[in-house]
Design a protein around this ligand. Structure first.
Ligand SMILES: *Cc1c(COP(=O)(O)O)cnc(C)c1O
Length: 380
């Protein structure tokens, strides 16, 4: 570019939307350290057998990559419906299932279909940090209520806020990220009923990204689907299913809701390769989910251990624990990183979140944190 061209270029180029200027893209640091406990991945990869099965399925799909994939991915929807059936006594039909490239895309599609200018999306903080971005990107107004000190939902407050703001979408992670808190079914029922009475009969999205990790006695919101036509239960293959790299998320809801999303989805959004990988992985569901019980036990042990160190820890139904509180959480995060342990600086001020890894990784985490806490104590 010549200097005269540069001088005539409009300021603030490229012509980004005003409200996006200066914003950083979302995402935790991707650092190459020995112990990565920062993005709630399953620490166990697939077995050689599962890898071989996925490879065969991909090779088969590769032979017809000159063609667009099945736009309605009927086989995958049926397989996902079959998988969900384990978490509810009611039937789930393929027409009630929708999928996309990660549940983040599924929920963005929900906002594209049900949000938009003049509409409101609502959640209760602390909540998943991507939700306000779906709202921003779809020009939906973002409204955030609060949670109690123990991170449970204040139902009176939630009901009042729904009545006052009339959201067309309510987003409720359960178990919540970053706190690990699951919603009792009574709360889901109350919020679905309140949202149904609102102006537009808003939808309630229960984001069960960590659903498979819930403690025994905590039911899935899938059980409530027949009672509430405005209930959407979102799931992902990224966490318990150990398939974060494949980018597959899905939901179960009334067929009318799936049909509405079909209007806004891009054509052929789920590639033939993605569909093949997801189908092959679902055939290995028992294996891929095999370590979930181990991770749940490790989670409970981690929560107890952290409490034993005198720390405050939120009850967790997920594969992570939120603990604190620290006057300078960044310093603690950095000192753990210096010892090769990467966790996440997220949640309310002073709190840190650790994902549950293998027994060995958790031992390294405990050792590192013990050293860091001793260092803190000697300095104060
Ligand atoms: C990890 C996570 C997701 C899943 O994201 P994918 O796009 O499916 O990988 C969804 N919701 C919450 C609250 C999460 O923490």
């Amino acid at each position: 570019m010549t200097s005269s061209e540069a001088a005539s270029a409009p300021t603030g180029w490229p012509p980004l939307r005003e409200e996006l200027r200066g914003l950083e893209p979302y995402g935790a640091p991707q650092l190459d350290v020995p112990v990565q406990l920062n993005v709630n991945e399953n620490p166990y990869g697939p077995s050689a057998e599962c890898v071989a099965d996925i490879a065969t399925a991909v090779a088969e799909a590769a032979g017809s990559l000159n063609r667009y994939p099945d736009r309605e991915f009927v086989e995958l929807r049926a397989a996902l419906a079959g998988y969900l059936a384990r978490d509810t006594p009611h039937d789930i039909d393929a027409a009630q299932v929708w999928a996309a490239n990660g549940s983040n895309e599924v929920m963005l599609q929900l906002l594209q279909a049900f949000g938009g200018p003049g509409r409101v999306a609502l959640s209760f903080a602390p909540t998943y940090s991507m939700y306000p971005e779906y709202a921003r990107d779809t020009m939906t107004e973002w409204v955030q209520g609060h949670r109690e000190g123990d991170f449970s939902l204040d139902l009176d407050h939630a009901r009042d806020l729904i009545k006052e703001r009339q959201p067309s979408v309510v987003l409720l992670p359960s178990p919540n990220n970053p706190t690990g808190t699951a919603l009792p079914p009574e709360a889901v029922t109350t919020l679905c009923e309140t949202a149904a009475e609102s102006e537009r009969g808003g939808i309630v999205v229960v984001d069960e990204a960590y659903g498979e990790f819930r403690r025994s006695g905590t039911p899935s919101a899938l059980e409530l689907l027949p009672q509430h036509r405005n209930l959407v239960v979102s799931r992902t293959m990224s966490k318990a299913f150990a398939l974060a790299g494949a980018r597959v998320g899905y939901l179960a809801a009334a067929p009318e809701i799936c049909d509405a999303i079909r209007v806004v989805r891009l054509p052929y959004h789920l590639s033939a390769v993605t569909q093949a990988v997801a189908l092959a992985a679902l055939r290995h569901a028992p294996e891929l989910l095999g370590r979930v019980d181990e991770l749940r036990a490790e989670r409970d042990a981690t929560v107890s251990w952290l409490r034993g160190q005198g720390l405050t820890v939120a009850d967790s139904d997920a594969n992570f624990a939120l603990f604190g509180t620290f006057a300078d959480r960044h310093a603690v995060w950095q000192r753990l990183l210096d010892r090769g342990v990467l966790i996440r600086e997220v949640g309310p001020d002073g709190w840190l979140r650790v994902s549950i890894g293998t027994a060995e990784e958790m031992a390294t985490f405990r050792q590192a944190l013990t050293e860091v806490l001793a260092q803190e104590a000697s300095q104060s």
